[in-house]
Design a binder for this molecule. Structure first.
Ligand SMILES: N[C@H](CCC[C@H](N)C(=O)O)C(=O)O
Length: 318
């Protein structure tokens, strides 16, 4: 696949295209050769029509704190943010495959995270640390006594359910609305209104959450700086915490996102949030940092699975 964009041909750099339950990423390895792109270059690369197309761009760097790596996160609008659960699982998988270790540490601007292997090489558990629940940690604009339910005045939205979110931070802000049907609201319309509501001075990721069975929650997410995504790992953490905190569920929940399920445990012993879910390598590629043109250079998991299946079939018929 070739994509031509204006600009001077420059250095070509390899990257990986990955996703966590469909929430997709362009991943650079900048541990040996630092990489700094402008917000405009990131937005151009993130464009699904003319660029690689992704929800977030992840740059893996050397960790000043001595962790296995530092993970830098940019939304596809070019904004830099501090947390991305699905990407943390993907980078954890890469670091564990590279090192052969079953536990790696990833430094982020939201703190040091630990990733653990599971019995499935493509499923990773990440300790996302403690949720932040105080109004000034979300943050919220004014002091709200109880972040379990905030009264918002939102003119163009006349449904009272969308006036009372819960608020949780996992190092990034989340507004959570309890609904009885996640499809009953046009999130592409109300999402941006809520994301940019003045009560969230740093914006917010917006989740519609429907508890449809004991400890089972269906969630749809409008992500800050992106829009609708197939999954959001920090939203899954935030919803699991908000539900347990309000005694709507237990501390172990399954969050059902459009892209698939994420297991959450808000651990009683240390208040940490454990998140377990899948990862996928879609393909290897190379991009020209001047023109931002890119081309695929290697396989992903699906290609590996297909060739393994073909070998098995060939072997069986031999
Ligand atoms: N859009 C989010 C960052 C990515 C979060 C999401 N992709 C995840 O898996 O947690 C924000 O601006 O805070």
């Amino acid at each position: 696949m070739n994509m031509m964009v204006t600009g001077m041909a420059q250095e070509r750099r390899p990257f990986l295209k990955m996703n966590g339950l469909g929430n997709d990423f362009l991943v650079w390895d900048a541990r040996e050769t630092p990489l700094r792109l402008t917000p405009d270059q990131i937005a151009k690369l993130g464009d699904r029509e003319t660029g690689v197309g992704f929800d977030q761009m992840i740059t893996v760097e050397k960790s000043p704190a001595g962790a296995d790596a530092f993970m830098r996160i940019h939304n596809c609008d070019g904004s830099q943010v501090n947390a991305c659960g699905n990407a943390t699982r993907c980078i954890g998988r890469l670091l564990m495959e590279e090192s052969g270790k079953d536990h790696v540490t990833i430094e982020t601007n939201a703190g040091l995270l630990h990733a653990y292997a599971t019995e499935d090489a493509r499923v990773v558990t990440v300790d996302m640390g403690k949720p932040r629940l105080r109004w000034d940690q979300i943050p919220l604009a004014e002091e709200f006594a109880d972040t379990r339910a905030i009264e918002l005045q939102i003119g163009p939205i006349d449904d009272p359910i969308l006036h009372t979110p819960a608020a949780v931070s996992m190092g990034n802000p989340h507004g959570i609305f309890w609904v009885s049907d996640v499809e009953a609201y046009d999130l592409s319309k109300v999402g941006p209104l809520l994301e940019h509501h003045p009560v969230f001075p740093e914006g917010a990721n917006i989740s519609l959450a429907h508890i449809f069975a004991p400890d089972e929650i269906r969630v749809k997410v409008w992500e800050r700086g992106v829009g609708l995504t197939l999954a959001c790992g920090t939203a899954a953490c935030a919803v699991g915490v908000a539900a347990a905190r309000d005694r709507k569920t237990g501390r172990k929940t399954t969050i059902h996102l459009p892209g698939g399920p994420i297991g959450i445990e808000w651990r009683e012993s240390d208040d940490h949030v454990m998140m377990t879910g899948g990862t996928e390598i879609e393909y290897e590629a190379e991009a020209d940092l001047g023109t931002l043109a890119f081309e695929k250079t290697g396989p992903g998991d699906a290609d590996q699975d297909a060739s393994a299946a073909a070998d098995l079939k060939a072997g069986a018929s031999a």
